[in-house]
Design a protein around this ligand. Structure first.
Ligand SMILES: [Zn+2]
Length: 476
């Protein structure tokens, strides 16, 4: 017979405090055959079903997605989907924390429109990041749901497989799964809810046991995305299965475990203000020390161009420190124009977000220019006395030792590596003698009280005395 399943989606994370809009140029878009041929979807070949590509657009986290960018993707996705109906199934590969300018529930809009198009008989599955926010509209439009079990995320493919396996099994078995959703008025930063540390570790470790219960197909726990000032931003439990009573009982139990643990979340690493972190650094005697400039983490939705840490490193003359990286297209291009070995006057930082950050005027030497095919890929290493800075044309993460080593920076010769990141990847943690989490200012600041929430509603920890009773919502 051969079941026909379309797939596609839209994928990013938007800090509503970040003033820099995410636009077309920020997205990597795969459509049609290019999407079907992408290595990330090679796992679909193993299923006894035909997966039909539509469009998938993904961007590094940032500010809200421009309305016209979102609309262009949505229109093309729906046009491609409409050419494929009738369908037996639809698989949506989503993140879950997109904010579109002037829209509170972008995934609800996308998934809802997809459901309307494919009709009520088609089974619709979605995979999510555990930093996604869920809404009733999203739950109403879906039949199958699965979110990551790990942060840092090391089960990306496994999660997509869980969603697709449930979808294909349900089609072959001729049944329609149910969803139960329990929202919880808690929303904590990812840095406090890493599954490497307790209590998240224990809570997530329990999920496969729940999946194994009769009547349950998948148990998902989402910590939500905190830097979204929108009503849907909160933690969620979403269970997919076949027995409504078991699903409601287990979903409530899991949500209550999370709620009861809310006071126990903390940073799994030594964390403090920048002053404190730099005091600790000078006491340490093994290197490299890797310090996260967490308030300006572009992979959490931060801007990535604040000079707060760099200014302090220069003031303290912390020679042997490397800052990787700082997004500044004009400064990067000026370095490429000057050439390797050149000395020049530079204004560094605050070109994207002049409100949060302040530019730094420095005399710099161009130490290295990364051979780049496009202007966006440019990366220049400059030295400001004994401190090195990686300037990048586009906002980008430095998550792996290779990201700096390919620029001629030796980690073993580096005393202090500053990355604009939250929790570190396993690779950077392994490369570090010590790690420090600096609670710096920025649009993804860990100091939630300093951000101006207006629309999120009452949430722990901003409202520490909140009371709550689990109210499971069942989508039949
Ligand atoms: Zn995430």
């Amino acid at each position: 017979m051969g079941f026909r399943i379309a797939f596609g989606g839209v994928h990013t994370e938007s800090s509503t405090f970040n003033p820099v809009p995410t636009t077309l140029a920020d997205f990597r878009v795969l459509r049609g055959d290019a999407l079907r041929g992408d290595a990330r979807y090679g796992f679909l070949d193993a299923y006894d079903a035909t997966f039909l590509p539509t469009l998938h657009a993904a961007a590094i986290p940032g500010g809200p997605v421009a309305r016209e960018t979102y609309n262009a993707f949505k229109d093309e996705f729906l046009a491609r989907l409409s050419a494929l109906v009738p369908l037996d199934g639809l698989y949506l590969d989503m993140h879950g924390a997109i904010n579109v300018s002037g829209m509170d529930d972008a995934e609800g809009d996308w998934i809802g429109a997809a459901r309307e198009l494919v009709g009520p008989k088609c089974l619709v599955a979605a995979s999510y990041d555990l930093h996604g926010n869920v809404s009733k509209r999203i739950v109403d439009a879906l039949d199958i749901f699965s979110a990551f079990h790990t942060a840092p995320h090391i089960d990306v493919v496994e999660t997509k497989k869980r969603a697709c396996t449930m979808l294909v099994n349900a089609l072959h078995g001729g049944y329609r799964p149910q969803l139960v959703w329990v929202p919880m008025p808690v929303v904590l930063p990812g840095e406090m809810t890493s599954t490497v540390n307790e209590p998240a570790r224990g809570l997530y470790r329990h999920l496969p046991e729940m999946d194994a219960l009769d009547g349950v197909l998948d148990a998902s726990l989402l910590v939500g995305y905190v830097w979204a000032d929108e009503p849907r931003a909160q933690a969620s439990v979403v269970l997919t299965g076949t027995d409504g009573n078991v699903l409601r009982r287990e979903a409530v139990a899991l949500a209550e475990r999370y709620w009861n643990a809310r006071h126990d979340f903390g940073f799994g690493v030594r964390a403090g203000g920048l002053e404190a972190c730099l005091e600790w650094f000078v006491e340490l005697d093994a290197y490299p020390v890797i310090l996260s400039d967490s308030g300006d983490n572009p992979t959490g939705g931060g801007v990535g161009d604040t000079t707060f840490v760099l200014t302090e490193l220069l003031r303290r003359r912390l020679d042997g420190a490397v800052v990787a990286g700082l997004a500044d297209a004009p400064a990067t291009n000026a370095c490429y124009a000057a050439g390797e070995g050149a000395d020049l006057e530079l204004s560094v930082g605050a070109t994207l977000d002049p409100e949060t950050s302040r530019p730094l005027h420095v005399r710099a030497r161009v130490a290295h220019l990364h051979p780049a095919e496009t202007e966006r890929e440019r990366q220049a290493v400059v030295t400001l006395g004994g401190v090195a800075v990686v300037l990048t044309a586009a906002r980008r993460p430095f998550h792996y030792p290779a990201d700096v080593e390919r620029l001629g920076i030796s980690l073993s010769d580096t005393r202090l590596l500053v990355v604009k990141s939250g929790y570190l990847t396993a690779e950077l943690t392994q490369a570090a003698a010590h790690t420090l989490l600096a609670l710096t200012p920025g649009t993804v600041s860990q100091e939630l009280k300093g951000l101006h929430y207006r629309r999120q509603g009452a949430r722990f920890p901003l409202e520490p005395d909140l009371e709550w009773t689990a109210e499971p919502y069942t989508k039949m």
